[in-house]
Design a binder for this molecule. Structure first.
Ligand code: KIV
Ligand code: ZN
Length: 401
């Protein structure tokens, strides 16, 4: 019998669920905290973007966290609203259930560490106790909602046989999504792919749940690890806008979405993300947090569709596909930008003059203006439209004298 997800029903094989944790894992990074009104704005924007599950916060962590999960659950429609809880926390699951009461569709996400290192030093618990907590945590969560996610914290560093036992117990006790985090960003893509393939092959009941991948970026591998997990059979991806999150961050939603879309030939998966909205949601988060993305950030950085070298500009003017693998419009930019600088060529300069409304110049006048532009570009990082206007106007005044 095909698996019926409690929130999404019969999900087609090629569909990947996007679980956004900007408001929980993202907000946990130093300096990125948001107030209630900012979280509500972000949650509405995420739902409008087509995010399937919004992790709105960790209700037991503070009064403010509880209140923001409660308000998001009451006001935001379209996405599943999720709250985080420790599987064995004293009041975590109750608090989560309470905060999510008003949601159209609610998910409780409970977690406990499963790696030898975390069990011994952080939890100070025997593996058998961890197994008991997994069972009781998932049972308890099911009392509030049919949509229960369980995470093996530090899952990528967990001993494989034990991880299989944990997952089996989580499924038997009501989890409908199983998330394997690479909590410390240590895994490689091939390791993540193998973990999912192993769990899906070995764990009884694996065909009755959705497997999910959650990757941190300590080695800059979060997006690669996420994509490899999809190849291994993960069908939910956990990510954040602009890749914000603990330490070096989480896998970036905009990068994963566009990698799946641009390389559909490789992954064969689709998401529900309305990609032309990616840039505006990225900008909204940057404005709220006060942290802009770096200029060379994939998809949403200001240089992502900007070209300065003469050879590239010439190629772009002939056919944009020469140097662009997706259109700027597909992720929310107005158009490609040909940045005028010392690497720009004559073709881009001529194109720029036409854009600025100048009639075509005779060859001689164009050569003279281009030579002045090059001199100016040598002394300036970026040559702005006003600089070009000034030098062409000067050139024609000199010519008229
Ligand atoms: O990175 C992690 O392990 C987490 C879990 C709580 C899912 O964020
Ligand atoms: Zn995390």
């Amino acid at each position: 019998m095909a698996f019926q997800h409690p929130s999404f029903g019969n999900i087609s094989d090629d569909r990947v669920i996007i679980f956004d944790t900007t408001l929980r894992d993202g907000e946990q990074s130093p300096g990125f905290s948001m107030n209630l009104e900012e979280k509500l704005r972000m949650a509405h924007a995420l739902s409008n973007l087509g995010v399937d599950v919004i992790e709105a916060g960790f209700p037991v962590a503070s009064k403010d966290d509880f209140e923001s999960v409660r308000r998001i659950a009451e006001e935001v429609r379209g996405s599943v609203i999720c709250g985080l809880a420790r599987s064995g926390g004293k009041r975590d699951i109750e608090s989560c259930g309470e905060a999510l009461k008003g949601a159209e569709r609610a998910r409780i996400h409970n977690f406990i560490s499963t790696s030898p290192l975390h069990m011994k030093y952080k939890l100070r618990m025997e593996p058998e106790t961890v197994l008991e907590i997994i069972a009781s945590g998932n049972q308890k969560a099911r009392q509030y909602t049919d949509d229960v996610e369980w995470s093996a914290e530090d899952g990528s560093r967990t001993e494989p046989d034990f991880l299989c036992r944990c997952v089996e117990i989580a499924i038997k006790n009501g989890a409908t999504t199983i998330n394997i985090p690479d909590t410390v960003g240590f895994a490689t893509p091939e390791e993540m792919r193998r973990i999912f393939a192993m769990l899906i092959e070995r764990v009884p009941g694996a065909d009755q749940v959705i497997f999910s991948s959650h990757n941190h970026n300590d080695l800059g591998l979060a997006v690669a690890n996420t994509l490899a997990s999809v190849e291994g059979g993960a069908r939910q991806i956990e990510c954040t806008i602009n890749g914000i999150g603990e330490r070096a961050g989480n896998a970036a939603l905009e990068e994963i979405t566009m990698a799946l879309r641009t390389r559909h030939d490789q992954y064969g998966k689709v998401t529900g993300i309305d990609t032309p909205k990616l840039l505006s949601v990225s900008r909204m988060l940057a404005t709220i947090t006060g942290f802009d993305v770096q200029p060379n950030k994939a998809i949403v950085g200001r240089n992502a569709f900007a070209h300065e070298s003469g050879i590239h500009q010439d190629g772009i003017l002939k056919n944009a596909a020469t140097y662009e693998i997706m259109t700027p419009e597909s992720v929310g930019w107005n158009k490609t930008s040909l940045v005028m600088g010392k690497h720009s060529g004559r073709a881009a300069f001529k194109d720029k003059l036409a854009q600025l409304g100048y009639p075509p110049l005779e060859d001689e006048a164009l050569n003279a203006a281009f030579a002045r532009f090059k001199d100016l570009a040598d002394s300036k990082k970026i040559v702005f439209d006003e600089d070009i206007r000034a030098l062409v106007d000067d050139e024609s005044r000199d010519h008229d004298r």
